[in-house]
Design a protein around this ligand. Structure first.
Ligand code: HAM
Length: 419
């Protein structure tokens, strides 16, 4: 176990071999689906100048308490990225992507950092797959990113994800709604939980997100009664297009999300195995962000998906392609030959293990049965005759195989076993 101070920091963890390959399989699956939809991968730095992430919203939990913000030795104010949207939008502006033909579609897969209270499905370092579409305010774009996300979830093996969606309106209709909310909750201020009393002045929309004052928010004014015509048309079209893509989608009147850059559409998808407050992915439209980052005003929409959460919700692990695996054992005095044979097999895309501890043949075969289905035994008269014994460790049978045939033999046996 070692000393406490030498263990992983709270809310972080090591990803060991079998899980590592699950992450890798998920990276390939998500990015290949994104490519089918026309999204180009981008990798932004793990940390940015702090003002980039302040655009998530000064009153949000992420900015107020959860950011890993530090001053480096040169005095620069930096923050480990808590999410990908602000970073990708910064890159869009910095590289003048608004001058390329629109829309621009970007996707990313990588670690994010938030100092959240660790609990099931909530880490201080988590991995997100995200996609962002810039350059159009069309409802087709909102629907496209939702359909990409649900196709990915479906392809990973989770069927029928249910999208919850809402529109938080625009600068025309949202101020009227905020006022109505402040009036409603303001009249009941003394009954609100402590967090909501703060939200009332800082960010009234977040009152709808409260997990404590649930009864009260049922009675609160409904956003849809305040939508302007353009916002109403937009959300209705989004829902129609997503439904036409074979995807179930329903309105959640309390969905507002915890980031300030959203305009109009917000959406989230959960899964029963994750618990109510834990989303598999979430996103929305953010038409003002590029301008806030010093660029032109470009409408955009996207989502972020939690890879740890998706992996934990899968009914069975993803398939990871593995090459055939063998153990090359040797009789005394043939260790160099066994090593060379192993090397030759690796050149032919076979995973070959061999002894480097000077063990007896018996000990090597014991080790082999832990690591592989087939063992090759190098040495003796067989070796002088350019052959090698191949033992099936499960069945206990063995064959004598010509050295120049052995790679072919192993691959054939592997295919038969896989079938
Ligand atoms: P978010 O909802 O904060 O949105 O995070 C997106 C997803 O990342 C969540 O639905 C969840 O699956 C995963 N996630 C977030 N925090 C944690 C955590 N502490 N531990 C494990 N998983 C976590 C965003 O980050 C926006 N950038 C999404 C977006 C993209 N909106 C527009 N474009």
């Amino acid at each position: 176990m070692g000393f406490e101070e030498f263990q992983t920091a709270r809310g972080t963890r090591d990803v060991l071999a079998s899980e590592w390959w699950q992450f890798e399989a998920m990276r390939r699956l998500t990015l290949s689906w994104a490519a089918r939809f026309g999204y180009d991968p981008i990798e932004t730095p793990i940390f940015e100048k702090t003002p980039v992430f302040l655009r998530i919203g000064e009153s949000t939990d992420i900015v107020q308490h959860e950011s890993y913000r530090f001053i480096d030795a040169g005095g620069d104010d930096l923050t480990l990225r808590p999410e990908g949207t602000a970073a990708a939008a910064r890159a869009y502006v910095q590289h003048g992507m608004q001058n390329a033909s629109q829309p621009v579609r970007l996707c990313y897969f990588g670690p994010m950092f938030r100092r959240e209270r660790p609990e099931a499905g909530r880490y201080r370092q988590h991995t997100q797959f995200g996609a962002e579409l810039y350059g159009t305010a069309s409802p087709l774009a909102d629907a496209e990113v939702m359909l990409l996300a649900t196709r990915v979830v479906d392809a990973a093996g989770l069927k029928n994800p249910d999208i919850r969606v809402n529109s938080i309106g625009c600068e025309v209709c949202r101020p009227r709604y905020r006022e109505a909310l402040m009036e409603f909750f303001g009249a009941r201020k003394s009954t609100l939980c402590r967090d909501c009393q703060i939200r009332l002045t800082q960010n009234p929309l977040r009152l709808l997100d409260c997990k404590v004052d649930v009864d009260l928010k049922e009675e609160a004014p409904d956003l849809q009664d305040f939508w302007c015509d353009a916002c109403r048309d937009h959300i209705e079209r989004v829902m129609e297009i997503v439904a036409a893509g074979g995807q179930s989608i329903r309105r959640d009147r309390h969905l507002v999300r915890g980031l300030d850059y959203y305009t109009r559409t917000v959406f989230e998808v959960g899964h029963p195995s994750l618990g109510e407050q834990v989303a598999l992915f979430g996103g929305g439209r953010y038409d003002g962000l590029t301008a806030e980052l010093g660029g032109p005003s470009v409408p955009a929409v996207g989502f972020g998906m939690g890879i740890e959460r998706l992996l934990s919700a899968l009914p069975k692990p993803l398939l990871t392609p593995t090459p055939p695996r063998v153990y090359v054992a040797h009789l005394p005095g043939f260790d160099a030959e066994a090593n060379q044979l192993a090397l030759k097999l690796r050149d032919q895309n076979i995973a070959a293990d061999c002894d480097v501890l000077g063990r007896s043949l018996k000990a090597q075969l014991k080790e082999a049965s832990r690591r592989a289905k087939l063992a090759l035994i190098v040495g003796g008269q067989e070796w002088s005759g350019n052959t090698v014994t191949v033992r099936d460790l499960g069945r206990g049978e063995q064959d004598l195989v010509a050295l120049d045939e052995v790679a072919h033999y192993i691959k054939k046996r592997w295919q038969e076993d896989e079938a």
